[in-house]
Design a protein. Sequence first.
Length: 220
Amino acid sequence: MRLLLVEDDPMIGGGIGRGLRREGFTVDWARDGAAAELALANKVYDLLLLDLGLPRKGGLDVLKTVRGRGARIPVLVITARDAVADRVNGLDAGADDYLVKPFDLDELAARIRALLRRQSGRADPVIKVGTVALNPATHEVTLHGEAVTLSGREFSLLEAFLDRPGVVFSREQLEEKLYGWGEEVESNAIEVHIHALRRKLGQNFIRNIRGVGYMVPRQS
Ligand code: CA
């Protein structure tokens, strides 16, 4: 899952970025409101993590722009301001949740997972497609109830597929899910990860749609 973190404080932004990458998220970090809008216009993000007090353009204005365009991206506001009015304004401007700084990284990660779950219309914290189950919180994957060991990238790729079964992703879309700004992507990286997932989960689990991309079919 690819997140856009918007935070001008270098210490806080660095800490959140490192913590969320350790949790398996792909994180791009914008340092001001204008950079955030540019990023949102150019990439597809699964969630926006938005500070309110920002240089160049305030977080509330960024949020209003996002919602004004009709974007349904989940937005979690992170703010140092403890004034009730700020939180109310954030929620009323279209935020889905908020955390007041300082907060615990485990709580932040759990709230992000809850918002992503809601966005996908799931209530069950474990994602199940056919005989494969994936737990985003514990990073456990099972096939027929047996644990399967995946690398970090393999896990992220599988999560992207299982989150949207039946949806065909192009190689470029999958690269964008897995690799953030400045991360080197080998030209065959996605193929290599898909090969590994098929070896571990079955050759037919991920389908190749010729000329379009890859998908995991819906299964009953
Ligand atoms: Ca700030």
